[in-house]
Design a protein around this ligand. Structure first.
Ligand code: ADP
Length: 786
């Protein structure tokens, strides 16, 4: 540090030099005892860091030298050294532009280093102002004074530019003009013609409401006027003494700086209160953390986000705020921001964003997105991070839902592709049989046996196609969650026996044994479950056992089991068939999966049966699995919940078997059907049990015929008919006939259909294609009920 010391007192100079060298080790001191010597230093070397000037010198005044330094626009601060009791000199020095002063009291050397340092720092900051041009509106009636001032400023304070007017009125005009913004300070003489100085100050402050700094220049002895001026809003005053022009620049600069500072503080306070208002009312939580990651501000929205009042939340540690999984993530990212680290150099001053799981007051958690950035002071030193947290639970939930919807869509797309590939094959094969043999039937000269043979093939192929369609419909119902359970009491032995009877012709043909091992044969075992589904399960498993067994036997049975918590019934279907390799035993329960693809040609199937079976078993509260040895056979098990009280209950005998003879030629039947082939078919199968058959082609006719024939026993009501559909026709018939048995026939095998036809007033429903035995048994069941 290079110091210019202007001091005529040798002892003081010596003391000061020693002190400075002691406290500021690297300093170089140029000492001058007179103004003349000091000027020489300035002529040879201008690069000082600071000047310390004594006021009273043998060849002049230190303040004069201060003016010279300022006049030469030398860029270093000046500290004035005064004797004790000479505070007036200190004040004049400050007004003349000194950066500070020090009174040469005992021990003053000790304070010098601090004063020097702060003078250097302040000087650098104030330099900004000094390099700025300050436009002054000067109101002075005497042109001589104006000239003097302008000349003085041109020489000593060129950064101050004077715009002079002679009267208060002219000054007001200037202040109203569009150029008024350029005037930074007003300097006015206390004697003005017309409107006087006090009046002018009052007008500027009270009428015009301008806050531009005002300096009053008064004559000696006019201090009272100065006091009044200050009261009215003037910022400072200066007495026209001998060297007042030297003082005027610093008075102007001080007033300007003071005013600017105040303006900046006001602006800061205003913007702070604006931001505070914004933060306080923001829906997001805005917070500030210090360098130790402690909260220094947190906005009221924290109450909504985490349930804490801001006063509670501000005291919390980051570790209490975030979940154990999110805490290290938060610390890492926030510390990186504070240390100015970033993933890439160009991102260093940018915001970082993290997703954190935060803890709410009620101990539940909430997912938030936190955007954080660094706060620095004016020297760019980090002082804390500003963060904004936003609740993203909904967004996260939505993303999760979207992902699972996407996965579902992909899964169903895969399913669709598999479905098409499998179904195309499964449908083409029987279709081939139907169309091929129908074509052959047209050939002339076929024997009766040949014809019967071909028809049999067509029938079988049609049956197979129907099975596939039924499977597809079942799978779609399961897929779309449309399957509902209809619980009733079921006699299990009866169900198993019936299933065995159903397959008897098939096993006889294959020459394998089908045994049912019903454990509680003496008693009726009653199970509360869905009859149709249980039947479908049994049929599927027995059908598979027959399909995959070429010799030996198939055994069907069940056991009642108890665990600590509940009883259940465990069914088994054991065969001595081809078996299933252990690595395929799980997969076969999935859709379209067959244990052995190469087996496909030999044993037809779409690979849907077991997946439907599994879905039904699980829907009814049970489990299904297989035990099998490749080449030896398989045992399929499934369980259903069972309540032991129903073990020995007598049930009504089923209505499944019995002869049709009792209905022979008895019933008056109306067939409502718009399709000629279907009508033809119904006529043939219903003829044996009907005394009279009536035929109509639409719903409206059906209603009419029923009105005219109140003795009709049964109506076969097609649902899809022209003019009036079957639902509506049934509703209308029910208005006048509650007893007639109406059986809906529909081609929609989808769920809800049964419900719909029953709501319309039908007694039962049968889906197309119609099975003769099934239809007769339904009719019989309802006739018997009456
Ligand atoms: P599919 O229509 O092919 O029979 P399933 O879903 O009913 O479809 O059965 C899936 C696969 O499981 C069959 O293709 C077959 O490979 C195997 N499988 C099912 N039951 C048996 C059984 N009793 N013995 C041997 N393999 C069987």
């Amino acid at each position: 540090m290079k110091i210019l010391l202007l001091e005529d007192n040798i002892t003081d100079a010596d003391l000061t030099k020693r002190g400075l060298i002691g406290y500021i080790p690297d300093c170089i001191i140029e000492h001058a005892s007179t103004l003349e010597q000091a000027r020489k230093y300035l002529d040879t070397n201008l690069l000082f860091d600071i000047a310390l000037l004594d006021v009273n010198l043998p060849d002049g005044n230190g303040i004069e030298f201060l003016m010279e330094i300022r006049q030469r626009e030398l860029n270093f601060p000046v500290i004035v050294l005064t004797g004790s009791g000479d505070e007036e000199a200190a004040v004049s020095a400050l007004k003349a532009g000194a950066d500070d002063y020090i009174v040469k009291r005992l021990g003053y050397i000790l304070h010098l280093p601090d004063i020097i340092n702060s003078a250097i720092t302040n000087f650098k900051e104030n330099d900004l102002y000094k390099s700025e041009v300050i436009n002054v509106l000067y109101i002075e009636h005497h042109t001589v004074d104006i000239d003097l001032t302008v000349r003085h400023f041109t020489q000593y304070a060129p950064f101050i530019q004077i715009d002079a007017v002679a009267t208060a009125e002219e000054a007001l005009l200037k202040l109203e003009s569009s150029e008024s913004y350029k005037h930074k300070v007003i300097v006015m003489d206390y004697r003005l013609p017309g409107m006087d100085a006090l009046e002018l100050i009052k007008t500027i402050r009270q009428n015009k409401k301008l806050c531009i700094p005002i300096i009053l220049v008064t004559g000696q002895g006019n201090e009272e006027l100065a006091v009044q001026a200050l009261k009215l809003g003037a910022n400072d005053y200066l007495t026209k003494s001998e060297k007042y022009l030297f003082k005027l620049p610093s008075v102007i600069v001080n007033s300007y700086q003071h005013c600017e500072l105040k303006r900046k503080q006001d602006a800061l306070a205003e913007s702070e209160s604006k931001y505070r208002l914004l933060a306080d009312n923001s829906g997001d939580v805005i917070f500030v953390l210090d360098m130790d990651l402690n909260y220094t501000y947190i906005s009221p929205a924290v109450k909504v986000l985490r349930g804490f009042e801001p006063e509670e939340a501000i005291k919390q540690k980051l570790s209490e705020v975030s979940t154990p999984a999110s805490y290290p993530k938060a610390v890492k990212v926030l510390s990186e921001i504070l240390l100015g680290k970033s993933d890439s150099p160009e991102n260093s001053d940018q915001q970082k964003s993290i997703e954190l799981e935060m803890i709410r007051k009620d101990t539940t958690t909430v997912w938030t997105e936190v955007k954080a950035s660094l706060i620095t002071d004016k020297n760019n030193e980090p002082i804390g991070i500003l963060g904004v947290s936003r609740d993203i639970s909904e967004r996260k939930k939505m993303i999760d839902e979207l992902i699972s919807a996407k996965e579902k869509a992909e899964e169903s797309d895969k399913l669709k592709t598999a479905f098409l590939a499998n179904i195309s094959h499964e449908i083409r094969t029987p279709m081939n049989g139907i169309l091929g043999f129908a074509e052959l039937l047209k050939e002339e000269g076929l024997t009766g046996d040949q014809q019967r043979e071909y028809i049999k093939i067509i029938e079988k192929s049609g049956q197979r196609m129907l099975n596939i369609i039924n499977d597809i419909v079942d799978i779609s119902k399961i897929e779309s969650g449309l399957v509902e359970l209809r619980i009733s009491e079921i006699n299990i032995n009866e169900q198993i026996e019936y299933a065995c009877t159903f397959f008897k012709p098939e096993v006889d043909k294959k020459e394998i044994q089908l045994i049912h091992n019903t454990t509680f044969q003496k008693n009726e075992v009653i199970l509360k479950t869905d009859r149709e589904k249980l039947y479908a399960i049994l049929l599927n498993l027995i059908k598979n056992a027959i399909k995959y067994t070429d010799c030996g036997k198939i055994e069907i049975g069940y056991n009642i089991k108890n665990t600590n918590h509940h009883s259940y019934i465990e069914f088994y279907i054991a065969d001595t068939g081809i078996g299933i390799p252990s690595d395929r035993q799980k997969a076969i329960f999935e859709r379209f999966i067959q244990a052995d693809i190469s087996d496909r040609q030999a044993r037809q199937g779409a690979g849907l049966g077991l997946s439907i079976t599994k879905a039904y078993v699980e829907l009814m509260g049970g489990n299904i699995w297989v035990e099998s040895e490749h080449g030896k056979g398989s045992i399929f098990y499934f369980t259903l919940p069972f309540s032991p009280e129903s073990l020995t209950k007598n049930s009504e005998p089923g209505n499944i078997t019995g002869s049709n003879n009792e209905l022979y030629n008895k019933l008056k039947i109306l067939i409502a059907e718009d399709d000629e082939n279907a009508e033809q078919f119904l006529k043939i199968i219903l003829r044996p049990i009907s005394s009279e058959l009536l035929i109509v082609r639409n719903g409206a006719e059906a209603v009419e015929v029923c009105k005219l024939n109140p003795d009709i026993d049964v109506v076969l009501m097609d649902i899809q008919m022209p003019i009036m559909n079957g639902y509506e026709a049934t509703r209308q018939i029910r208005l006048f006939n509650e007893v007639v048995i109406i059986i809906a026939q529909t081609a929609f095998a989808l769920s809800g259909e049964e419900e719909k036809v029953k709501n319309a007033g039908c007694n039962a429903y049968i889906s197309k294609p119609i099975n003769k035995a099934n239809l007769i048994s339904i009719i019989k069941k309802h006739i018997n009920k009456q």
